[in-house]
Design a protein around this ligand. Structure first.
Ligand code: CLF
Ligand code: SF4
Length: 428
């Protein structure tokens, strides 16, 4: 019988200090994600493997969403940024290294960044995310640095399946493809998880769920990593990145994902609140504030009128809490700013309230009427401009002739970008 003591997870005793720290980790503890903030330091640009769902122009999909490119920081600039963020964000509990490539493929900069932050704030919880290829090589350094939270992405246990997910790996100066490469990667991932878990690290395993390639195999992965001592798993949807080998694959739906998470929950604790955040994310999981610390100046909409310029006028609904930044997920927006514009000039014509419908991942697939009502409320718009939108909502809007455009930046940049996309000047 499994131990039900709060000091024990997966039949392992967790020391009280680590338990206390983990209660403040917004990814590891559901209860912490509305209260405690994390900050990612994008100091790791290189990667040593090639996942078929990744386009290397974008962030690592294992811990962040595709479609946006992060700035890259040196350890020195990471330290400066940490000081600024710490001064302005209350309850900053975690500093993570999550790409945009692999934390261990950039070990020297990862390590130096952690040491610099630790010297400023020894109480901060450090968190690393890796594809696991170099874990057997670096696990002892991770442990010596005092890192207690590590995420490893494991998408399969069999090299045959791995050969369909990974293009190649670069290991000890050599390139390996197909099943040979996948076999080395899987072996190192599993060995790395075991070594970390045996040494008191709480390992979270991320699994990207890819329809017909590894979905049927996910319960086996969960059982195996549990056996190796993993703390929890986080099953994530495939979000096809433009330009990647899987760009035409269908995005995993929330319905499929929740079904799989619920099935695997019977074996091991599951994360249900992952936001697939960026490699430079800052803030609460549901309230990303990275752009406040990245943008030198938040732009204003150029003065002038949208009409009378001899160009077509488009109506665009913008999800923005602050008013100057595109900072909301479609499902979290209770109102939209409605702009009319021609790509150069825009006028805000109204603020339009819509009912909030995304009250949690579990409900997303059931509140059909509400979702239709939101799409109806925006039916005079050519596009919605949002930080992020799910596959189903995107399709629902498309049926009404509304294009969904994800953008990370100021409203000003976003509106121009949206018109370029509508007019087909920008590849989707
Ligand atoms: Fe960052 Fe990842 Fe640490 Fe969290 S994220 S390195 S464990 S501090 Fe969290 Fe973001 Fe999901 Fe990752 S919501 S993508 S699980
Ligand atoms: Fe891309 Fe991340 Fe895979 Fe590297 S580990 S190829 S950055 S998804």
């Amino acid at each position: 019988m499994e131990c039900s003591s709060p000091c024990s997870v997966n039949n392992k005793h967790i020391p009280p200090g680590l338990l206390e720290a983990t209660a403040k980790h917004p990814c590891y503890s559901f209860g912490a994600h509305h209260k405690y903030a994390r900050m990612h330091l994008p100091v790791a640009p290189k990667c040593n493997i090639n996942c078929n769902y990744c386009n290397r122009k974008f962030d690592c999909l294992h811990e962040s969403r595709p479609g946006v490119t992060s700035e890259i920081l040196t350890p020195q600039s990471a330290e400066q940024k940490f000081r600024r963020v710490k001064a302005q964000i209350e309850n900053l509990s975690v500093v993570g290294i999550a790409g945009p490539g692999d934390a261990l493929a950039n070990w020297e900069t990862t390590k130096e960044s952690i040491e610099r932050v630790k010297a400023i704030d020894p109480e901060i919880i450090f968190c690393l995310s890796t594809n696991g290829l170099l874990l057997p090589e670096y696990y002892h350094e991770i442990i010596s640095l005092g890192i207690k939270h590590v995420t490893v992405t494991v998408n399969c246990l069999n090299p045959e399946i791995g050969a369909r997910i990974y293009g190649h790996i670069l290991y000890k100066g050599k390139r390996y493809e197909g099943e040979t490469g996948a076999a080395i990667l899987i072996k190192n991932q599993l060995e790395g998880i075991r070594l970390l878990a045996e040494n008191g690290v709480l390992v979270k395993v991320n699994i990207v769920m890819i329809k017909d390639i590894n979905d049927f195999h996910i319960p086996d992965i969960v059982k195996k990593v549990k056996e190796l001592g993993a703390f929890m798993t986080n099953i994530m949807p495939l979000i096809p990145a433009p330009g990647s080998a899987f760009e035409n694959y269908q995005q995993t739906s929330m319905k499929e994902l929740n079904k799989m998470r619920n099935q695997c929950q019977l074996h091991l604790h599951q994360m249900h609140h992952c936001r697939q955040c960026r490699a430079d994310a800052i803030g609460l999981l549901g309230d990303d504030r990275a752009i406040e610390f990245a943008a030198e100046t938040a732009g204003r909409i150029p003065a002038g009128t949208a009409s009378g310029q001899g160009k077509k006028i488009y109506r665009i609904a913008v999800a923005s809490k602050r008013g100057d930044l595109i900072d909301q997920h479609f499902g979290h927006a209770s109102e939209f700013l409605i702009y009319d514009g021609n790509g150069r000039y825009f006028e805000m014509v109204e603020t339009r309230r819509v009912d909030k419908y995304c009250s949690g991942a579990e409900l997303c697939e059931t509140e059909e009427d509400k979702k239709d009502a939101i799409a109806d409320a925006l039916k005079d718009c050519n596009a919605v401009l949002i930080l992020r939108i799910g596959y189903q909502a995107r399709q629902r809007l498309l049926k009404k002739g509304i294009v969904s455009i994800e953008h990370y930046g100021t409203v000003e940049e976003g509106l121009s970008f949206a018109v370029q996309k509508i007019e087909g000047k920008e590849a989707v």
